[in-house]
Design a protein around this ligand. Structure first.
Ligand SMILES: C[S@@+](CC[C@H](N)C(=O)[O-])C[C@H]1O[C@@H](n2cnc3c(N)ncnc32)[C@H](O)[C@@H]1O
Length: 310
């Protein structure tokens, strides 16, 4: 498990060869936190508590997971499930460790175990989509400004995921506009729904689609947005034709996807097999009767093109 490898590297000092000073020990951080609390200094308390949490959290998660694993191994099913639930709720999202862990071999086939593994995957995926660092390369504010959504606009966000774009678009199009959040994964739609309710956005509708069909109402969308979605679609030309059928007259299809790069250059994001260039997209869109009408060049990891009917 990655956590264990990291601990090993830390313990053996293999990661400590750089000039970085060793972080303060947990006990030191704990006493500093107590001092800050007693001194009634909330700024210091926040900083020290954050530092302490950063040190303790991975160890805590690993302990919760191992409590589940040990109980599973001992045949203590209720305890194993209770600890695994706690681990996942607290942020243990290493799905491979859960699904493949030898300790869980007798539980693996049970619906409750499968549901917990799925929950861990979903939480990890949502956290990946919503990670703070994403904004640095994704530039959501600049994308929103480039697309200049208008009040009353009808938008379909196909492959909406966590609602990273659905929510700001719903605010931009206002109560007279709509955003149809489309996804093949119902867990993503549940999450978007919760966010819409929390933000009191009544203009977000949800649609569970199929991998080969976005299932859009015919001619109903002024804008169809697909951010980091089409690399999942196996046969994009028929998919593009279905997108076109969902466009209102004069509507646009906006596609943002990863610039092909080898894993040595970008060890994250879609695999090399999944990546495709804008030139490929242009050809596939042309086969569906769509042409690029605008291209934005400011994203460093992705290409960004707007298509309209020919
Ligand atoms: C990488 S996420 C991107 C989410 C969102 N667009 C964003 O920029 O944060 C891809 C999403 O597309 C969904 N997806 C994958 N294939 C799809 C398909 N064929 N049709 C609709 N959604 C799909 C996945 O379930 C996932 O939620």
């Amino acid at each position: 498990m990655r956590l264990r490898v990291l601990n090993l590297l830390l313990c053996t000092g293999l990661l400590g060869m750089a000039a970085e000073p060793a972080p303060p020990a947990i006990a030191t951080l704990h006493s500093r936190m107590e001092e800050a609390r007693k001194a009634g200094d909330p700024v210091k308390l926040l900083a020290v508590a954050e530092a302490l949490n950063e040190r303790v959290e991975p160890i805590h998660l690993e302990a919760l997971f191992n409590l589940a694993a040990a109980n599973a191994k001992l045949g203590n099913r209720p305890e194993a499930y209770a600890w695994l639930q706690r681990a996942v709720d607290a942020g243990f999202w290493d799905v491979d460790a859960i699904r493949e862990g030898e300790a869980f071999k007798d539980l693996r086939g049970e619906p409750r175990f499968k549901a917990l593994a799925r929950l861990a995957w979903t939480k990890g995926y949502l956290a990946m989509l919503e990670r703070k660092e994403r904004a640095a390369f994704q530039k959501p504010d600049q994308i929103m400004a480039s697309l200049a959504f208008k009040p009353g606009e009808r938008v379909a966000d196909v492959g909406a995921g966590s609602g990273y774009f659905t929510i700001p678009i719903a605010k931009a199009v206002g109560p007279t506009g709509t955003v149809l959040a489309v996804d093949i994964n119902p867990d993503m739609l549940d999450y978007v729904d919760k966010r819409a309710q929390a933000e009191k956005l009544a203009n977000i509708k949800l649609l569970r689609s199929r991998p080969e069909d976005p299932m859009l109402p015919p001619g109903g969308a002024d804008t169809i947005l697909l951010v980091d979605v089409l690399h999942y679609v196996k046969d994009r030309t028929p998919f593009a034709a279905k997108l076109k059928a969902g466009l209102a007259p004069g509507g646009r299809i906006v596609v943002i996807d990863y610039i092909p790069k080898p894993m040595s250059e970008r060890p994250w994001g879609p695999s090399v097999d999944q990546q495709f260039s804008r030139a490929t997209m242009d050809r596939e869109m042309a086969a569906a009767g769509l042409k690029p009408v605008r291209v934005f060049e400011y994203l460093t990891e992705q290409w960004f093109a707007v298509y309209g009917a020919e």
